[in-house]
Design a protein around this ligand. Sequence first.
Ligand code: GLN
Length: 448
Amino acid sequence: VEASYDRINEVDGEVKAFLTLNEEEAKKQAKELDEKLSDDASILYGMPIGIKDNIVTKGLRTTAASQILDNLNDPLYDATVVQKLNAENAINIGKLNMDEFAMGSSNENSSYENTRNPWNTDYVPGGSSGGSAAAVAAGEVLFSLGSDTGGSIRQPAAFCGVVGMKPTYGLVSRFGLIAFASSLDQIGPITRTVEDNAYLLQAIVGHDNMDSTSANVEIPNYSDALKQDVKGLRIAVPKEYLQEGVDPEVKEAVLSALKQYEELGATWEEVSLPHSKYAVAAYYLLAASEASANLARFDGVRYGKRTEKKVDMVDMFKESRAEGFGDEVKRRIMLGTFALSSGYYDAYYKKAQKVRTLIKNDFEKIFADFDVVVGPTTPTPAYKIGEKIDDPLTMYTDDVLTTPVNLAGLPGMSIPCGFSSAGLPIGLQIIARPFDEATIYRTAYAYE
Ligand code: GLN
């Protein structure tokens, strides 16, 4: 824990991964744990962990990087994942920067600061869990939690050269995760190694009565999967994931990873996910629709900072939201409200739901014959801060390789698979059947 804070003092002035530190409390806990340390301590005992700022932490400021929650200094409860980490005696080092309400791909939508990519601080760390990925990459914490609605764990993990797992929808409780798009959101672990990732996921999974979409499934021991090899593993490589739009260096890194899998005894074949080209459109429609409903609660009364202007009630709602939300959040609320409005609902929302089913069916067909789907996590490595911020549509289309996984509810992971000529990390994405995180760990560990 001390090493964590030393490292934060050394580099976070530049990396800017943290929004809030828990230093006094964390050091006190570490001291107590030192005194109680016994041989049967859990693997996460005393381990420094950073938490994305959209995961509620009792008594510790939680803002989702939004001005509308700027005054939420003393939340009343812990998210289920935080309760679980506390039960393992992991230590919460602090809260990590993100795009406001997890809407974004570069951390430039944070209302507080730009987190920077530790590999080259002119570049974005990815998003929305950019702080979570950067903190691990910079050695500020060993483990972090992020959330992934359309790629927000995997994409920053790819940009920062770390390991990020988006679990199957329903595997990890969403209780205490500030909702963006509830049918897509999942919390997951970001770590340096695949092994650490398996330990952290093990600690946070499980059925939870506080989340109505929480799955009641048997949980395997993920670290057992690490001991197996990949002989006979059948890998599907969607041709849509390597076609134009994917940077040649990214493609090359993925193909060389596939070669390594062949040498390890796995086989791979090209397949097609024909509806993946509609994933970005369906995702942005559905995510914005759900966001417009979820963010209605931030009205300055039930939740959120109230305007100080002396106005009547309706203007108080309007002013509080106008002052509290950033541009990207407003854009999504407007888009979602429009898509859900009467007269447009069938044309947009319902249509997008149908496309979602087609995307899910595409994967199901592939998984009848293959164990995993492998491809790049992102079409390009990280880009420069400021390079894409004025072009939201390009940023949206960059999510083409990650959003299908959320729409289908599948588990997906990004692991490092080399570097671009500019020295920036490239991510390999591994996708498996629902609740088959074990096969992802097995596949990832063999490569690593
Ligand atoms: N980039 C995507 C978006 O902006 C993903 C966000 C996420 O997964 N939270 O919506």
